[in-house]
Design a protein around this ligand. Structure first.
Ligand SMILES: [Zn+2]
Length: 242
């Protein structure tokens, strides 16, 4: 809602609908970025012993200019704060510590099916994927969860959604959002890490922009909770079955 409001202001309903329909487009097999996204998605689908997921469609998200502007403004703010001289701010001063992250969202409409690229009325259908693409991420304490790998994001969504058992082993369409994230300064949650020890003890209210979960098997940033939803820009939607 808040992300597209400025963009839509002044637009009448039919114009508004048209713009919504243009929010995603399908990437065809000849598209270079389709191949890249598929490789990134498949190669980070780790540890899946049983049936590998099947990519159905890959959609590109056309973010509104206002959304992109807000994302870049957020990056500038992170960089400006980093230049304030806090220790270990290297990546932050360069690009705000931008990372490619995954977020798996429930898909309860036919987005992607048969090439469909219109977003459903997410509000009434509780379709998380369309809601995020259209309105952006919403803050939910302690932050928006993003994962370093598609496999982990999938597992996380299944666990959170409590979907195990529902429909048995039947295949289910899901949406993996491939996102650009300005991670900024990352706080490590795991107790007693080197990073925490480094922090100046006097700075009780140390500022940070995202929180990493306990070190995982894949990398220390396996799990990252992003405190400000503006820091996350969904760029591609991989519709898959698993
Ligand atoms: Zn939907």
């Amino acid at each position: 809602m808040f992300l597209l409001d400025d963009w839509f202001s002044g637009a009448d309903i039919s114009e508004r609908k048209k713009m919504v329909f243009l929010t995603v487009s399908e990437l065809g097999p000849e598209d270079t970025s389709r191949n890249i996204i598929e490789i990134i998605f498949q190669s980070s689908w780790l540890k899946k012993q049983s049936p590998v997921c099947a990519v159905d469609r890959i959609l590109k998200v056309h973010n509104a200019p206002a959304t992109l502007a807000r994302f870049e403004a957020y990056r500038d703010a992170v960089k400006a704060r980093a230049r304030g001289g806090r220790p270990g701010a290297g990546r932050c001063t360069a690009d705000g510590n931008e990372l490619l992250r995954f977020h798996c969202a429930a898909l309860s409409c036919s987005l992607g099916a048969g090439g469909a690229t219109h977003l459903c009325d997410a509000a009434s259908s509780s379709c998380a994927a369309c809601g995020i693409v259209r309105d952006g991420f919403k803050f939910r304490a302690p932050g928006v969860r993003t994962m370093a790998t598609s496999g982990r994001a999938h597992d996380d969504a299944v666990a959170v959604g409590g979907e195990e058992g529902e429909g048995g082993e039947g295949e289910r369409r899901r949406a993996m959002l491939v996102c650009r994230v300005i991670a900024g300064r990352v706080k490590r949650r795991c107790e007693g890490t080197a990073e925490e020890a480094e922090a100046s003890p006097s700075a009780e209210e140390e500022e940070y922009d995202s929180v990493a979960g306990t070190a995982g098997v894949y990398s220390s940033l396996d799990e990252l909770e992003v405190l400000n939803p503006t820091a996350i820009l969904p760029c591609f939607v991989v519709v898959y079955k698993a």
